[in-house]
Design a protein around this ligand. Structure first.
Ligand code: BT5
Length: 319
């Protein structure tokens, strides 16, 4: 009964299946259908029920797990070890905790949902159950602290390439840490480091990717987008996570050998920032200019109206 019910829901995805249709297909009463749906929910299946439309299978527990990701990571250029959690406050402090307990480079923390997902500067990142990919990767690159932000740019390149490969969707990089689809944010990257004065001890690269359509409210209703909406097809979060990890492992090797310079051409190919007039906020001060280039350290070069170049090391830009 369970597998038949799941098969019908999966076949019809992303359409709802009415209780009537299900009871017909399964030769049981609508009450029995409802009881089976409840049982599946207890097992971790996320099934939406809407009056007059029926049931929609939004996510299956077996589809997203440590195994589903790790089984697709053979041959990766990093020794990945995936830790999977249903709920975390944020994957970042969990990765930090694991690192302090001795976890090595390549340890990955993935959560199905986060209750206090972090953006930069104390901002929030929303990851609701069954909807997105929230993933942190522990790295120990042995670089000086000033180079750590370049890993944000490196990860952006890897994500764009992996997403293109899996979904065909073109994402654009908005310097430094946003990935947009048609101007809407689908992914954010948060790079946090622990450092000694001349060398980083660890860098934790956090990736938040909207995969399934979410009912965002407030500001996000008009600014956020998911990959499924853009791709127009159902996507598997484990496939995406592993594709990103595989791509990142090889881009990271290049970064270690050549620095950001080794990835710069790729970054430039996928950015929507260069050539545009942008407004930059730095420590509460705003200035406007043309984003001319990024240098080999990933620093944005902004030409202001007076013709001078302002290097922008960090901050938020508005396109
Ligand atoms: C970021 O910060 O974009 C970095 C987001 C990193 C999230 C990952 S998830 C795995 C790891 N664990 C964590 O706790 N964090 C990392 P920032 O540039 O500061 O952007 C934050 C802003 O993005 C918010 O103020 C909202 O405006 C917007 N935002 C929040 N959630 C969003 C979502 N799901 N989709 C699109 N925009 C969102």
């Amino acid at each position: 009964m369970k597998s038949k019910l799941l098969a019908v829901l999966k076949e019809n995805y992303p359409e709802y299946v009415s209780g009537e249709k299900l009871s017909g297909e399964l030769s049981c009463s609508r009450t029995a259908v409802w009881k089976h749906i409840e049982k599946l929910r207890k097992e971790g299946y996320i099934i939406k029920a809407v009056r007059n439309r029926g049931y929609l299978l939004e996510n299956s527990p077996e589809a997203f797990s440590a195994h589903a990701v790790s089984s697709q990571l053979s041959g990766a250029m990093l020794p990945y070890h995936v830790n999977f959690y249903r709920v975390l406050s944020s994957t970042q402090p969990e990765a930090q905790r694991l690192f302090l307990e001795g976890a090595r480079e390549g340890t990955v923390v993935i959560a199905d949902s986060q209750t206090s997902g972090r953006g930069r500067l104390g901002r929030e990142w929303q990851t609701r159950e069954g909807k997105g990919l929230a993933m942190s990767i522990i790295l120990t690159p042995g670089i000086p602290p000033y180079k750590a932000p370049q890993l944000t740019l490196a990860a952006a390149v890897s994500i764009v390439k992996a997403v293109k490969k899996v979904t065909g969707v073109n994402m654009e990089i908005k310097w430094p840490n946003d990935l947009l689809i048609n101007g809407r944010k689908a992914c954010g990257i948060l790079t946090e480091m622990q450092s000694d004065p001349d060398q980083v001890r660890s860098v934790i690269v956090g990736i938040g990717l909207n995969v399934k359509k979410d009912d965002f409210s407030g500001e996000l209703e008009n600014t956020a987008v998911s990959l499924e909406e853009a791709a127009g097809m159902e996507l598997d979060r484990a496939d995406l996570a592993s594709a990103i990890l595989m791509q990142f492992a090889s881009d990271y090797q290049l970064f270690l050998e050549k620095g950001f310079k080794g990835l710069k051409d790729d970054w430039e190919k996928h950015t929507c920032t260069l050539g545009r007039t942008v407004r930059v906020e730095q420590n509460g001060v705003y200035f406007t200019g043309r984003a001319e280039s990024v240098d080999d350290q990933g620093i944005l070069q902004l030409r202001t109206e007076d013709g001078r170049i302002h290097p922008v090391v960090s901050g938020d830009i508005e396109l």
